[in-house]
Ligand binder design. Structure first.
Ligand SMILES: N[C@@H](CCC(=O)N[C@@H](CS)C(=O)NCC(=O)O)C(=O)O
Length: 275
């Protein structure tokens, strides 16, 4: 099975720039100075895969990229690797670990950050405050995903009647739950001058938020409300201009595909409402 996909894949080798030389000696991330071998199954349009990509880039880990087309059913070789058929997936080899398969974006990102403790995520025993810092990072990501991101699709799919209420739910959650957690951002989470694990997990969604506004999929007033929040607006600008976050994002393609996807989902929603 593996032989079949070795021939069919479209692979590109990416050498992420290493900003992390000082962290390179840790754990399974580097074995006697030999870099791990990582195959990264991804699609540039996917925000979940984007999480892992930002993590790889910031950690300076070299990887081979395999693009998985999402506009057709997954081929059997990919389902053999990841039975869920989703991106991202990584295949990881280093030291005793040989072609280990890991999937689900949060788990892939956590694994990568754990093999190479860094500015993204301190090792849990690396200092007396590290475990607490990790808890704060995890809380921020959890807050964003449960309180804010859960409102994105309802806002995107809202009918004219629902629009005001759904956009308000999104912006109010940022104001109430996220704005206070960014009080120390400098410009990144908890006073960090570099990206942290928090940004690796939420930035893909907030980068796409700008594209939703640009593509007129949501009202410009959403952007205006968020720009008026002092902590959030500075942080949002910092993350959406960071090269590790933007380097592979193809905005025009994303806007075009989003238009098609939303038209389909809205038609399905209208059909269901008739029943
Ligand atoms: N919970 C998954 C979600 C991943 C996901 O939904 N990926 C989408 C692309 S953005 C996918 O692979 N979709 C393929 C499909 O549904 O057929 C994760 O965090 O990795």
């Amino acid at each position: 099975m593996r032989t079949a996909w070795k021939h069919s894949r479209k692979a590109k080798v990416c050498q992420a720039t290493s900003k992390m030389a000082t962290y390179a000696t840790h754990s399974t991330g580097s074995t006697n100075g030999i870099a791990p071998k990582i195959k990264f199954y991804t699609n540039h349009g996917c925000p979940w895969a984007h999480r892992a990509q930002i993590t790889l880039k910031e950690l300076g880990l070299p990887y081979e990229e395999v693009i998985i087309p999402l506009d057709k059913p997954r081929e059997q070789w990919y389902l053999d690797i990841n039975p869920r058929g989703l991106v991202p997936t990584i295949e990881y080899s280093a030291g005793p670990l040989d072609k280990e398969i890991i999937y689900e974006s949060a788990i892939v990102s956590q694994f990568l950050a754990d093999i190479r403790p860094s500015h993204l995520l301190p090792g849990s025993n690396s200092s007396p405050t590290a475990a607490l810092n990790r808890a704060h990072l995890a809380f921020f990501v959890d807050t964003f995903m449960t309180k804010v991101n859960s409102n994105t699709y309802p806002m995107l799919l809202a009918s004219d009647d629902e629009k005001e209420q759904k956009t308000k739910a999104y912006t109010a959650a940022i104001e109430k739950d996220i704005e206070p957690l960014l009080k120390d951002a400098k410009p990144f989470f908890a006073g960090s001058e570099q990206l942290t694990f928090a940004e690796t997990q939420v930035a893909p969604f907030l980068l796409r938020l700008r594209s939703y506004i640009k593509g007129n999929f949501i009202d410009a007033s959403v952007g205006e409300k968020l720009e008026a929040l002092p902590n959030f607006s500075k942080w949002w600008s910092a993350i959406t201009n960071h090269p590790s976050i933007t380097f592979n994002f193809e905005e025009e393609t994303f806007i075009e595909n989003t238009g098609k996807r939303l038209a389909k989902l809205k038609a399905e929603k209208a059909e269901k409402a008739k029943v």
